[in-house]
Write a new protein. Structure first.
Length: 255
């Protein structure tokens, strides 16, 4: 089911973050840019001999039984006796996912206390409300859905890939981040994605409203109102940061 409305939080004044309004761009990030080092970084699942045999049959369909046996022995030794081998294989997987995949991160609420705490510590946070039903058809075709939060990060078996590996890698995060209430769109390419390809344009009518911190820097605030220019409404919120709880108190105000 496609959500009707989704939100994107930003901090005004950071590099390129104004382009979400000035150019109507949404950025499909590389997972290498995420704060959580485990995000989209599955841990390796130790293989069995059956797993390696399965892999050998796929990679070497013309091998004789003796050749398969030798290949299995070599791969087993490389994996279990070679930390460098495991690091190399992990890096190959990560590099492909970082360079050839793009991830758009959205969320479910404009009044998410944790996200305002993250993005508005200097009171320069803002949140864009989207008509996602309109936006949906303007984004690249790809996977989409709400992130599932679990106690452990996803894992993969280097020798026996499963259909759910891709979904688990990109749509699962550890439970400490569940306050983000995240929704993701994934785009997959057969080549390294350029910055230009990661920036996706959308029509202005996809924006329903922009929420800003009422204590935002005056010059930033004026710029946002100028960009809006009656094309979309702006609502100022009172944001009180509470560092001890990693959250903010969000209140509507009359202006």
């Amino acid at each position: 089911m496609i959500p009707k409305i989704l939100y994107k939080y930003k901090t005004w004044g950071e590099t390129h973050h104004d382009e979400i309004l000035t150019k109507q761009w949404l950025y499909y990030a590389s997972a290498s840019q995420f704060n959580d080092e485990l995000d989209c970084h599955p841990v390796l699942e130790d293989p069995t001999l059956d797993d390696i045999y399965y892999y050998s049959q796929k990679q070497n369909p013309t091998f004789s039984p003796e050749e398969h046996q030798e290949y299995i022995r070599m791969q087993w030794q490389n994996y279990y006796n070679g930390a460098e081998y495991r690091r190399k294989r992990q890096k190959e997987i990560d590099d492909r996912r970082y360079k050839m995949f793009g991830i758009l991160c959205l969320t479910q609420r404009y009044n998410n206390e944790y996200l305002w705490w993250q993005y508005s510590k200097e009171h320069n946070g803002f949140c864009v409300e989207y008509d996602y039903e309109k936006l949906f058809n303007q984004l690249p075709i790809g996977g989409a859905g709400f992130v599932v939060y679990t106690e452990t990060p996803p894992s993969i078996n280097l020798f026996r890939e499963k259909p759910e590996d891709m979904t688990n890698t990109f749509m699962r995060k550890i439970s400490k981040y569940q306050r983000e209430e995240e929704y993701r769109r994934i785009v997959v390419s057969n080549h390294i994605l350029s910055t230009k390809e990661r920036n996706i344009s959308f029509s202005i009518d996809c924006i329903i409203k922009v929420y800003i911190d009422s204590l935002m820097n005056d010059s930033y605030k004026r710029k946002i109102y100028k960009i809006a220019d009656n094309r979309f409404p702006i609502e100022e919120l009172s944001i009180t940061i509470k560092d001890e709880n990693d959250e903010a108190i969000v209140e509507h105000i009359n202006i």
